[in-house]
Write a protein that binds this ligand. Sequence first.
Ligand code: ADP
Ligand code: MG
Length: 275
Amino acid sequence: MSAAAMASDPLAHPRQRNRTRLLNDGSGRPSVLKEYTHMCGEDVRTLSKIERRLRSAGVPMPEMLDWSAEPPATVHAYVNGEHRTDPTSEMIDAAAEVFAKQLKVLPRTSAPWVPRRPVGLPARSREAAHVARSSSLRDAIVGSWYRISELAASQPWTTTHGDWRADNLLYGENAVLAVLDWEILISVPVAEAVGYAAASLTHSWRPDLRKPLDPSTVVTFIHSAERHHALAPGETGHARLAALHVAAVRLAEDEADGIDAPTLSELTRHLGARR
Ligand SMILES: Nc1ncnc2c1ncn2[C@@H]1O[C@H](COP(=O)(O)OP(=O)(O)O)[C@@H](O)[C@H]1O
Ligand SMILES: [Mg+2]
């Protein structure tokens, strides 16, 4: 795999982990080179197998054109889609359908780099609780985490894409053209996976894309996920609680960064426990 003779431009974004570059060899078919900072060569081989399995099950993603173990890197076809933090309801439904599909393909996937959900509060949630403007928001972040942690012990687990955020989804007209970053997998309870995806769907750190959280998109995603059989009957409350956790984290981050955000009571009205 050689990128030396090609024109190449960085595809950079805030909080990026890997080095990603757009390659143009003059053929009119651009591709994307990604050099991994967190994976070894054997991991990239496993990733290429996982991606093949997902693609052949109909999960939209860029075709992997090449990969190398040293340095750990992949080349994917460039997909001409759009990141959206204001998806239409058709886009939300399409994203939920794709999410359900990957849950069916990945459930028992094991790869050496796949972490299990942490027991203690994750670093991002801890930071959000630290910057939260009110004790009620801090309590919502910490309390929801411990409630989903209790539920985790008694629920079925799955492996899932672990970063279902706007920066990793490329849309065409009311359709998902590609999901990126399949090296980010995590092992979690199914309902937790759905809740995290629902509350992350419209999130981006890019200044031009970052928007206040709209709680109704979170609820719409969970309903669509139910319709596409990602959730078993009785798992919806658990998914809403996981979504509430991520939404509360986003709210604290947005308030701290001076971005308009819904109030905590709006969030709990949409995602709080139902009697
Ligand atoms: N195959 C692709 N087609 C189109 N755009 C891509 C492709 N791969 C990456 N990108 C763009 O580059 C950005 C960073 O790439 P990504 O693979 O998500 O890297 P990272 O792991 O650093 O998030 C993406 O958010 C997307 O905008
Ligand atoms: Mg990404």
